[in-house]
Design a protein around this ligand. Sequence first.
Ligand code: 6R9
Length: 570
Amino acid sequence: MKVQHYKATDQNPNLNDYDKVYENFNWDEIEKNFSWSETNKFNMAYECIDKHVEDGYGDKTAFIYKNDDEKSTYTFKDMQIASNKAANVLKNEAGVEKGDRVFIFMARSPELYFSLLGTLKLGAIVGPLFEAFMEKAVKDRMENSDAKVIITTPELVGRIPVDDLPNLEKVVVVGETDNNDQVDFNAAFDKASEDFDIEWLDKEDGMILHYTSGSTGQPKGVLHVQYAMVQQYITGKYVLDLKEDDVYWCTADPGWVTGTSYGIFAPWLNRATNVVVGGRFSPESWYGAIDELNITIWYSAPTALRMLMGAGDEVLKQYDLSSLRHILSVGEPLNPEVVKWGMDVFNLRIHDTWWMTETGAHMITNFPAMDIKAGSMGKPVPGVEAAIIDDSGNELPANRMGNLALKSGWPAMMREVWKNKPKYDSYFVGEWYVSGDSAYKDEDGYYWFQGRVDDVIMTAGERVGPFEIESKLVEHPAVQEAGVIGKPDPVRGEIVKAFIALREEYDESGELKEEIRVFVKEGLAAHAAPREIEFKDKLPKTRSGKIMRRVLKAWELNLDAGDLSSMDDD
Ligand code: 6R9
């Protein structure tokens, strides 16, 4: 298939010599950007907020929160005070101490960010939860980590099974509460002192615990430590290209690692203005936010970009989006079609980035200074070594599909799967961390995502990645979203089966199925054309927008789909 190339831009002249970044790269040098490299006093919240105030940037806008017509703006000084107050509330009213697990279970609001930073100032470990979690999902995570405190809102507090959580000492409610056992956050916040002595930590002390669902079993608690900041800072600088005057918007919720590593830490470590937009997605509210707030850097995900693409030009034309200078994507493969759309409508390249909850920060990305090959996730970031390996850990040559693996030893790597050493150990083959994704590397060193290892399809002896087929499918005008699986077949081993959600204007029909099949056959390859197509109103997706192929497969085979707590079922 013909690959579309998009030339490097000169948006960051300092980085345009991509090879130079590599040549001179050394994690020890990056550490020198932090005062702890001399004092040994670590605290992520300090580096994100207080440090900038001390350096004379107290009046700079740190945070803009927007939800419909509501908008609030906070300087770094405001954030310092608010996070100090939140820390005092958590300390005095809820007894939070260093190392405790403190969960945050609420929709995006300024208080979410104040209390997250406050928790970090106390040296406690933050456990962010999606607001959509129901009782069992909340319980599993809190139980597994022996959470001591949870911060929530009146709408969600009923989903916390307090009686089943013996280690839970306090429920902090942001909003009205008449339960005397609960802490009224707002009342305590108003009275709290603006001063707080930050708890100084060690670089290997726990910082954040993100639960992530695997294909089977219980969700795993992925623990990151303070030292992750080194990589979150430098990838914010190099990959997000954050600069002094940028207004940056990461669309991810903090329940997903993208919403913390790149929705909190990277932008504030780089002293950028960080935008959070609450409420639900709509093309109008998203384009409206870019227009109104003059967003310059926008980090989003393929699902959202595909929805915007599907919404068409009419709505797009109502907004002035010319403030944008850099767009990035994460979470699932970025279809070439979407990259092309980005060029057409923004005249900007959309930069794909690949990483995982476990890796804590970017691993493989399209740097501003690189040529983009549409459909490729790019190359390893400086300081990270990647390879495609076979199941025994041998490196495979270019253009061979295999396990995408990373050489251990980058700063943001998880340190632990909470209370599950065997699970942690199972990620490694020798010195390689094995991602669970299959991919290949081309002759220029670009990586091409093929699917989760268990999603790869073997049909009549040909190995096909579902992503390539899905990408072709979404090029068809009728197709809004597509998920492709291998369905067991007595003759071919597996056949390609596609689940398709159509765009609104299109009706399901046998002719349309045939037309789509031919479209893939002629545009990609005969063996890749789905032998079966099933139309669905919507596809099962995680809250971070990933198509859950294992759920499609379970539907197909009438099997139990496993842990569904991360599924977006609104
Ligand atoms: C950050 C994040 C990790 C899995 C990962 C892969 C998929 C993420 C991707 C991508 C193709 C990209 N994934 N980025 N696939 N292209 N640019 O998403 O973390 O929620 O833990 O998911 O997501 O399958 O292994 P997490």
